[in-house]
Structures are given as C-alpha cells and as structure tokens.
Design a protein around this ligand. Structure first.
Ligand code: ADP
Ligand code: ZN
Length: 608
C-alpha cells in the first residue's frame, strides 16, 4: 500500500482517494507545482494536507477566509494533525507563540492570511525554515482571488508570486473551484505557475438535485419544500435585504429556525449568524448573495433560490455550497414572469456601456434558457462550462419530464394583444384583456373593444403567465425600459406572428405536480427525512438521533462545529453498522486513529 494511502486511512479514516487526489498528492510529494481545479466538495484540502504531512517540515496554507481558519484548524487537531493559524484576529503573544512553534518544528500545517504572509516578520520565519529545509510546501487556496476581474479579488494575492522567486525549491499548489478558463489562465500568469501541472476535474456535482418550479405562491411553495427538509441546514437566497428579513421572520413564525444575513446587518450580527449556521445543526440561513465564500459547512443540505440569480455561473456557485460532503442535496428555485422582466429592465437601465450590457444580456439569456429547458438541467449546466454530459436522472426535467404543446396560436394572441394596445402594457393587463376581464384599467383604455378581448379564455391566468414568460425568455417579447416595462415585439416575433414559424412551449406544470412523490426520495424517508437525506433505515433513526445529541453536547463543550467532531455521514454509518469493537469502529469512513482513540469508548457504549 502506498504511503499516502496509509496516511489517508490512518489519519483521516477514509478508505480510498477521490478523483485525482492520489495523482496530485504524488506530484507534490515529488516536488512538482500544481494547479488544481476541482468543484466544491471535491476534496481539495487533502491534496495539500497529506503532502504537508509526508514532506519534511511544515506546509504553509494561504487562505483569505480568516473566519474559517479556526474551524479548519480545529478539524485538523481532531484528527491529530498539528495545525495552527496566523491572522489579524490574534494578539501579539499568541502570534509569537505560534512563530516559536514553527521554528521548533512543532507544526505540520500553518494557515496564514495573505497580508500576514509577506510581512518582514513572517518572511524571516520562512527564511529560517527554508534554510533548514523545513518548509514542506505552499498551498494557495481560493487561488481565483488573484483574478482582478473576479468578484473575490484580493490585491495581496498578486504579491504571492514573490514566494516562488524567494523560495524556488518549495513546491506550490494553487487550488480553486472556479471553472472559468480565463481565470485559470490568469492564475497561471499571475502566480508564475507556468511549469505547474494542471489537474482539472469534472465540475459536475452529481449529488445535487436541480429543481426549478414555476412561482405561484412562493411562501407556500417554500414551506412545502422545507417540509421535506426538516432538521436540515440550508440556505435560502433572496434578492433584496427586505425580502431576506421578511422571509426569515416568517419562517420563524412557521417554526423553522431561520437566521438572516445581508450587508445591511452590522458586522457583529453577521458574524454571529454565520457562526451559528456553521456550528449548530439544522439552521436555515436566509441571505442575499453577501453570504457566500465564507461558508465551509460540509452538511448544507439545500440551497433554495426565491429569486433568479444573476447568471448561470452565479447559480452554479451558489448552489455548489450544498452537499460538500457528497451526500444528497437539493438545489431548488422558484422562477416566474417577474424575474424575466426585472432582470431585463435592470440591464437596460444600468449605466454600463453597450459592450457590458451585451455580455449581461447574453448571460441572462443562457440562464433563462436553462430555466425553461425541457432537457436535462445538469447536462445543460455542464455544457455551459464546456463539459459534455448525458441525461443525469437526478434533476426535475429528467425525473418528471415536462410536456410540450404547440403554443403558436397562444403566442400570436399574446403578441397581438401587445401590438393592439401600443406595446406599452405589462403582462398583467394583457392577460386581463385576453381573459376578457373588464377591470378598471381595461375600461379606462377602452380595451374591451379590441378583437383580442376575451380571445384567450382557453387558458387560465397561470397558463398565460407561463406563455408570456416563455415569450420573454425566448426573446420574442421585450420589456421596454422606456415604457416602464411595457412589452414590445422583437424582430424574432414576426415569423411566429405571421404564421411562418411554429412555437413549442413548455406546459404549465399542474399545481400538484411538485408534490408528487418521487420514488428515489421516498425510499430516503424514514419517519422524517434524515438531515443528510440518504437512506437511513427506520430502525436506525432513533440511534442516529442519539448520536447526534451526543455530538452536539461534545461540540458545545469543545467550542467547535459539530461536523468537526464527526460528519453526519459517519454518524449514519455508525447507526447502520453498529460496530461493536475498536477495529470495527476504525472501519467506518471518517474515523481515523485519533478519533477512535478519543471517542471510541464513548461511541461503543452508545452503540451497545
Ligand atoms: P473542497 O475544499 O474541494 O470543497 P474538502 O476538502 O472540504 O473539499 O472536502 C469535501 C469533503 O469530502 C470533506 O467532508 C472531506 O472530509 C471529504 N473527503 C475528501 N477526500 C475524501 C476521500 N478521499 N474519501 C472520503 N471523503 C473525502
Ligand atoms: Zn437531468
């Protein structure tokens, strides 16, 4: 057995490497540089942690996520790895003590904030270590922070190229979950990684199930969705701060432990909420996208979007925070006519230049096409990242294929209603006309006399909204910023209007459809859906709860997040396998030597 594999089993308690981990680790141990592009949850940490343990001296990890360093270090201490961090949150004495331990070779891994790394003081420590051949490697985490065009840009990252000039013999590994090819090239240039071997993994997240539902009653829909997720931790994204606050308050009234997170809350409150989310079981965080990069919780079971995200990239990133532990997770979104109108107007009305607007429009189009797709969502998402994939069987369009209908005539009616009213009204009013409703507005403008008035009683209101949404998404109608969102026909509409082209539309899902039981999830239900969503036999559920309560007590005592003690996945395995001896316990994934030493006896007693 190879030495890295032995280390994986003994220290981390996992039976085998995932994906390219083994290759990357070998490459680094051999002294090579590496650029690792791997999705969230792919297992990037082990790629530098194991080489740091197996090479001489300490591994230096550069990370911008100061708020997470404590948790990362705690997780390593739990498995018996000697780790520490250095950042601005510490006092002088603590920092000095850690530097002393570094010089004394008492650490395997040190996490350092980028601004700290290049101080004279820390360079002095590293000079000393390198002179004695005691610096194992540099790991540059979240390497996309070097990209000036990305939204996570950190100026200090630019200076990290100095590391190689000063310490050319120390291998470097840069890691990111960003799939974007431009960013990849930027990382290589800016960090001087031209000689690095590049390891690219598939960006597929097979354990995440994608579902998009047509929005009709968002609160009811959210509650129905959350009902199936009781006890699970998750994130609900909203566009505005106001909606975040209202949704969080409302969820609490419904008996769901929800917290709010947005840039309008003061820093202390934000940190407090983030820590509770990270540390406690089963918290629902209602947030704007301000809640993002600092999340490193492996057991986020769902990400729900109440509003459309900005782009498919953004959607992939935001939903990617679910299921890092590889266990089943849900990416769920409500989507409606308003989203399309609001986003189109936002772009049109922005002060950005034409080129920028063109890019944003095309990104929005990709996203809308994805929302409306009748083919596999995962395959389409991956295609956006230039990956080929076949139908996945784990998204709504695969599990419950939408029906198509010939919407040509309906589209003609809708467009003619827009034309005959001067192309300055929104969908609501046009639908009233089509449905033959004599509202005040209809009377005021004399629209009851139009030939289209009452021409569309064959569809209900939701049906018409679906038609308008699809016409907007497909670019046949355009929400005119100058006319306050009034719907205008585009050139693409002519052929359909004239009957020269037909239009296939997605059928408006029946109301009950979303609630239809899905076989694969049904089998996952054992009383309630366990918080991690994988099959847990009904007979094992009580034991799983006992283990969870035990873990929660320990986590509180030690002041660490529960998952740092043991992951849900490990607890579930324990409940199912009920190991009766220490060797059996060591066979459970996620239990290495240190954890067996530490918790073995207590666990065996609980499992008796
Ligand atoms: P990333 O940083 O790429 O998002 P992490 O390093 O946090 O991923 O790992 C994601 C999860 O996968 C963690 O819970 C980790 O313990 C687990 N993991 C990593 N490598 C393995 C492996 N070889 N076998 C089993 N689990 C693994
Ligand atoms: Zn699919």
């Amino acid at each position: 057995m190879s030495v890295p594999l032995k280390t994986l089993r003994r220290i981390f308690g996992y039976p085998s490497f995932k994906g390219p981990q083994a290759q990357i680790i070998d490459h680094l141990i051999g002294g090579g540089d590496a650029l690792v592009l791997m999705p969230t949850g792919g297992g990037k940490s082990l790629c530098y942690q194991i080489p740091a343990l197996l090479r001489e001296g300490v591994g230096v990890v550069v990370s911008p996520l100061i708020a997470l360093m404590q948790d990362q270090v705690d997780a390593l201490l739990q498995v018996g790895v000697r780790a520490a961090f250095l950042n601005s949150s510490q006092d002088y004495e603590t920092a000095s003590e850690i530097e002393r331990r570094l010089r004394m070779d008492e650490l395997d891994l040190i996490y350092v904030a980028p601004e700290r790394l290049l101080t004279e003081r820390f360079l002095g420590v590293m000079d000393y270590l390198v002179s004695r051949n005691r610096l194992a490697l540099f790991a540059i985490d979240e390497a996309h922070c070097v990209s000036q065009w990305g939204h996570d840009f950190r100026p200090e990252y630019i200076q990290l190229s100095a590391l190689h000039q000063r310490y050319p013999t120390v291998p470097r590994i840069a890691l990111t979950a960003t799939a974007d090819q431009l960013t990849q090239r930027e990382i290589i240039t800016r960090l001087g990684l031209d000689a690095a071997r590049v390891f690219i993994s598939s960006f597929d997240r097979p354990n995440i199930r994608y579902t998009v539902v047509e929005r009709d009653n968002p609160r009811r829909q959210l509650i129905d969705f959350l009902d199936a997720q009781r006890g699970a931790a998750g994130i609900v994204y909203c566009l505005s701060r106001k909606k975040v606050d209202e949704t969080a308050a409302w969820l609490n009234e419904q008996g769901i432990a929800a917290l709010a997170y947005h840039a309008g809350l003061d820093a202390a409150m934000r940190l407090h909420h983030q820590q509770r989310f990270q540390r406690e079981d089963g918290i629902v965080m209602v947030a704007t996208i301000a809640f993002g990069m600092g999340i490193d919780k492996p057991d986020v079971r769902f990400v729900a979007h109440l509003d459309l995200p900005k782009s498919l990239e953004a959607y992939y990133q935001e939903t990617g925070r679910a299921g890092r532990d590889g266990e089943p997770a849900e990416a769920w979104m409500t989507y409606g006519l308003n989203d399309v109108v609001i986003h189109r107007l936002r772009i049109d009305e922005s002060t950005a230049g034409d080129e920028q607007k063109r890019v944003e429009r095309s990104k929005l189009d990709s996203l809308l096409a994805w929302c409306e797709t009748v083919t596999c969502r995962r395959a389409l998402l991956l295609k956006y990242f230039s990956e080929e994939a076949t139908a996945c069987g784990n998204c709504d369009t695969c599990l419950d294929p939408p029906e198509l209908w010939d919407g040509t005539v309906a589209a003609q009616k809708a467009m003619s209603a827009a034309l005959r009213t001067g192309q300055r009204f929104g969908a609501g009013h046009l639908i009233d006309i089509l449905r033959g409703k004599t509202t005040e507005k209809v009377q005021q403008f004399g629209h009851a006399n139009l030939p289209t008035f009452g021409a569309g009683t064959d569809l209900d209101e939701a049906g018409w909204r679906s038609v308008f949404r699809q016409l907007l998404a497909a670019g046949l109608l355009h929400a005119d910023a100058q006319a306050f969102g009034g719907l205008r026909l585009t050139d693409a509409a002519r052929p359909v209007l004239k009957g020269e082209a037909t239009l296939s539309l997605r059928k408006q899902a029946r109301r009950l459809r979303g609630k239809k039981h899905r076989p694969s999830q049904e089998s996952a239900l054992a009383g309630r859906r366990s918080d991690a969503g994988t099959p847990l036999a009904a007979a094992d559920a009580p034991l799983f709860e006992v283990l969870r309560a035990w873990r929660a007590d320990l986590a509180r005592e030690q002041g660490v997040p529960a998952f740092v003690i043991l992951h849900d996945k490990t607890l579930r395995e324990l409940a199912a396998r009920r190991p009766a001896s220490l060797p059996d316990l060591l066979g459970v994934p996620g239990i290495g030597q240190a954890k067996a030493d530490r918790y073995g006896e207590a666990l065996l007693r609980l499992l008796l």
